[in-house]
Design a protein around this ligand. Structure first.
Ligand SMILES: [Zn+2]
Length: 369
């Protein structure tokens, strides 16, 4: 295959954008290749974007839960909507979300579902051609969880184990399983400790939320006596296989724990803006990034918000007054980040998986299928 006329963003350090042809032989970039030619004039040719925190099950909820802060948004709108999903709606929401992702340059995702429907989501992931790690959300406790979403501890663990057996390494390894205990407020300690043990033995990713807003943080502190990251660490869920969404309100000790354990914070600015949660200070997290890192600069659909054509929140801080107001309510001042720098850092999520992702346009790099 030959891709002609496009502006190549190789993501190689120090290499400027350049118009040149790209050749693909088999599944690798090559010096020369025959076969199909794609005219990419006027387009960028770049590695696929990696979206490290998305909820495909929430795609069709856009516009149905506005003007609420996190816990009200979950309890009053999102959890009841998730509870109402059936097979048809699961399929529709996954197909729409995946279409948005693939047509706007995202080729790898880390997805968190709800407490049912995991098989349907997995079927759509396989059919779409995207590279994904996904998990059915685990919720065996917490206030305001609809009865039809709440699981017993045993059933939650059984369902995830069943999905691992069925889908992990499916589609020649393109699809993998990531355990998804939703957040500390909806999971018992028993469940979290069991997930830590299982994921360690199976070497699977852990995908969860933490430090998303002040109210959530205070409830966790009241319930556990610990800061959210310290509590996750107590139960064994902070390690190099952890992808923790948000990290808006981490204190210095928590940053140190993340660095020490090699965990990743995935940065979700659009979601944080929508819910008025504040926004993670990625510059403060950056020194701890090696091993801890900013996971995703491309969170435009995190938690079911936004639309791909909204672009990334970082580009829109100056022209979205409503979002800016909510942002202000989160109690932090806006700041501009340097997108290219963050993008180039933000494409891995854990030891092992990072190596499988096509991160740079270089000869010998594998192409996405
Ligand atoms: Zn989320």
């Amino acid at each position: 295959m030959r891709i002609t006329g496009g502006t190549v963003l190789s993501m190689k350090p120090g290499e400027a954008p350049v118009i040149r042809d790209v050749f693909i032989e088999g599944d690798q970039l090559a010096e020369r290749a025959g076969g199909e030619t794609i005219d990419a004039s006027g387009c960028y040719v770049m590695p696929g974007l990696v979206q490290t925190h998305v909820h495909l099950v929430q795609t069709i909820f856009r516009g149905l839960a506005e003007g609420l802060s996190l816990l009200e948004w979950l309890r009053d709108r999102i959890w009841p909507l998730e509870a109402a999903h059936d097979e048809r709606s699961f399929r529709a929401t996954a197909q729409l979300g995946l279409l948005d992702l693939l047509t706007t340059g995202t080729t790898t995702i880390l997805d968190m579902g709800t407490t049912h429907g995991g098989d349907v989501i997995a079927e759509e992931l396989v059919a779409s051609g995207i590279r994904a790690r996904f998990g059915q959300a685990m919720m065996d406790g917490g206030d305001g969880v609809p009865a039809s979403l709440r699981e017993t501890t045993g059933d939650s663990l059984h369902q995830s184990a069943r999905l691992v057996m069925k889908w992990n390494e499916a589609a020649d390894g393109r699809i993998g399983y990531a355990y998804a205990p939703r957040f500390a407020l909806s999971c018992t300690r028993e469940l979290l400790e069991a997930v830590a043990d299982i994921t360690k033995r199976l070497e699977l990713l852990i995908h969860t939320h933490s430090n998303e807003n002040v109210a959530e943080r205070k409830l966790i502190e009241a319930a556990t006596g610990r800061a959210p990251t310290a509590y996750l660490d107590d139960v064994g869920l902070v390690n190099e296989r952890s992808v923790i969404a948000h990290g808006v309100n981490v204190d210095d000790r928590e940053v140190a724990i993340l660095a020490e354990r090699g965990a990743s914070i995935t940065h979700c600015p659009s979601s944080n803006l929508k819910l008025g949660s504040g926004i993670a200070d990625v510059r403060r997290l950056a020194p701890a990034r090696g091993p801890a890192r900013v996971g995703s600069a491309w969170a435009r659909r995190a938690d079911g918000v936004g639309h791909p054509r909204d672009g990334d929140a970082r580009w829109r801080e100056g022209d979205a007054p409503e979002r800016r107001d909510r942002y202000a309510r989160g109690g932090q001042e806006g700041r501009r980040h340097r997108p290219r720098r963050i993008a180039s850092r933000g494409t891995g999520w854990g030891r092992g998986d990072a190596d499988r992702v096509w991160r740079r346009l270089a000869r010998g790099a594998r192409r996405d299928r």
